[in-house]
Design a protein around this ligand. Sequence first.
Ligand code: SF4
Length: 375
Amino acid sequence: MLLYIHVPFCRTKCAYCAFASQEYIEESVSVYLRLVQQELEIRSRQLRRRKVSSIYIGGGTPTVLPFASMSRIVDAVYKHFDPVPGCEFTLEANPENILEMADLQAFSSMGVNRISLGVQSLDDRLLYTLQRGHDSRQAIKAARKIRQADFAALSLDLIWSLPGQTLQGWMAELAHAVQLAPDHLSCYGLSLEPGTRLSAGIQSGELKLPDERTQTGMYVHGAHYLESCGFLQYEISNFARMGFRCKHNLGYWAGESFLGAGPSSVSTMDGLRWQNPSAICDYQALGEKNFSDLEFERLSHSRKINELVMLSLRTSRGLNLKDYKQLKGECFSRRYAGVIQALHQNSLIRMAHGYLSLTRNGMLVSDSILEKFME
Ligand code: SF4
């Protein structure tokens, strides 16, 4: 089982952010800490202390929590769940929060073995547009410190297709990121979320996205460059050196059971799915009812098929056609023969060794391809 813990606090709100995050307020943090420990205890009892193959603390900004608060969460995890040997333990961190070696040693002493650093850009002009809480100097310093500390893996998050970003600029950012010696890179195309300041800036014409040709170049040349540096693409947005693919993400895409704790977190266990409310007050109300007053959705057969197709086609490995046939009782290539032929003629998909997968150009337009394969 995969375990995800959501820490919903951030010091400030970034211009593009639509994640469940809220202002860091002491009272809310102490309510949250009490509840998340209670939730872990209750779920552990319900799940008979299931073993965990991955622990992921994400947010929000987990590293805004002081060490003592983070310790309380981690202690609760170890008290109520048993990590398997070699369990991956990822902590999402923001550069401005982990500039001191002492902080990093503290995280390492808790068992964290993988840091996912929210760099987003190494260009100060773009970081300003994103209204991040750090500059490129802090991001570089944090990445170097993490490398000096005792962590098995470092992952960097970057965003492409930002307003004002050029193809040359993006390639320079990637080259700079590679110099920081990460093991893993997540490169996300900017997703414009309605209601965000960035989205309003684009709508008003104050900011301008790179044109489509530039965006395509960023994705295709960027992926090609990373592969030439030894980072294999294993998912639409994820690249890793050999042996450093993220186990947590892989488990999620493979449809493993996952338990989420904390506001807004989603869980899927044994065919049942539920989601915690996002607001702390609603999360508190749920806690008062022992985390039982939730809508539990039993995943329908067609939902399971859609998720198998959607999640596995995100990966470079692709969809195992045997798995599909077993679940659906029908051959995928026969069912979608016309679509497959058209996509294949346009070099957007490939089929080999019993797997159907998207080519790099296919990954670039994955949303519209996946739509065609939904039940
Ligand atoms: S740090 Fe992450 S979660 Fe927090 S506001 Fe920025 S993008 Fe959103």
